[in-house]
Design a protein around this ligand. Structure first.
Ligand code: SF4
Length: 63
């Protein structure tokens, strides 16, 4: 499972960073960075919560 952001939608609210900081990070310019590659099995549930919590609907999970 992987997670991706649509940068055109993200407004850097940071909910995803609060939920899963090992994967999501806001850089110094308030641009969301997502760790590359597959999510660990124990990160998937938190990633799903982050997707649901994003007020912009900017995050997507994919296989
Ligand atoms: S919660 Fe959504 S809008 Fe906020 S930083 Fe994450 S992807 Fe961007």
């Amino acid at each position: 499972m992987k997670v991706a952001v649509d940068p055109a939608l993200c407004e850097a609210h940071g909910e995803c960073v609060s939920i899963l900081p090992a994967v999501f990070d806001l850089d110094d310019d308030e641009v969301l960075q997502i760790r590359e590659g597959e999510l660990a099995d124990d990160e998937v549930a938190a990633a799903e919560r982050a997707v649901a919590a994003c007020p912009m609907g900017a995050l997507r999970l994919s296989r």
